[in-house]
Design a binder for this molecule. Structure first.
Ligand SMILES: [Ca+2]
Ligand SMILES: [Ca+2]
Ligand SMILES: [Ca+2]
Length: 216
């Protein structure tokens, strides 16, 4: 999710006001997800109102008429946003972070829950989400290799044209600094507690996190 898109979705939500909201939309929304209770469930689980969910759903269905996004679609969308670089690896990691039930597709529910955290989540929720993104194999720990893989993917996506000053070993240096700060007990892995603690304590890490916010 590119930040411009997130912003435009935010704006759409704010504009929502009293427009739209027809019975047909609601019916369609309720039936198309195979589970009639989906809307109520999403309303309870996310930080969006029913009206906002309807707007989001319309947008989602416009872009993905099939109702789900697979990894290739994700990669296609990302390549349009980052034409100057190779975004396939980052799109893959991001896809896995959005696909919370790990069934190989991002449903409207997956999409809404991710967006709810990214747009309206607390700092803690956003950091949890980021941790899950970095924890590539989802085993509950971030290794230096995982951090390096993400970092390289981001550098690849940005492309050499955008950041000509970046040297080949820039991602590794970046990760060394990050990792040493985060791995408090020096056991070679970063836990969720270490991650959240260091992000909240260290302004530099938080500032570097902006890099990630801008490419989510
Ligand atoms: Ca899924
Ligand atoms: Ca891991
Ligand atoms: Ca540790």
């Amino acid at each position: 999710m590119d930040v411009r898109r997130v912003e435009s979705i935010s704006a759409q939500l704010e504009e929502a006001g009293s427009t739209g909201d027809t019975v047909e939309d609601e019916m369609e929304m309720a039936t198309v997800r195979h589970r009639p209770e989906a809307l109520e469930l999403l309303e309870a689980q996310s930080k969006f109102t029913k009206k906002e969910l309807q707007i989001l759903y319309r947008g989602f269905k416009n872009e993905c008429p099939s109702g789900v996004v697979n990894e290739d679609t994700f990669k296609e969308i990302y390549s349009q946003f980052f034409p100057q670089g190779d975004s396939t690896t980052y799109a893959h990691f991001l896809f896995n972070a959005f696909d919370t039930d790990h069934n190989g597709s991002v449903s409207f529910e997956d999409f809404v829950m991710g967006l709810s955290i990214l747009l309206r989540g607390t700092v803690q929720e956003k950091l949890n989400w980021a941790f899950n993104l970095y924890d590539i194999n989802k085993d509950g720990y971030i290794t230096k290799e995982e951090m390096l893989d993400i970092m390289k993917a981001i550098y690849d996506m940005m492309g050499k044209c955008t950041y000509p000053v970046l040297k080949e070993d820039a991602p590794r240096q970046h990760v060394e600094t990050f990792f040493q700060k985060m791995d408090k007990n020096k056991d070679g892995v970063v836990t969720i507690d270490e991650f959240i603690e260091s992000c909240q304590k260290d302004e530099n890490i938080m500032r570097s996190m902006q890099l990630f916010e801008n490419v989510i």
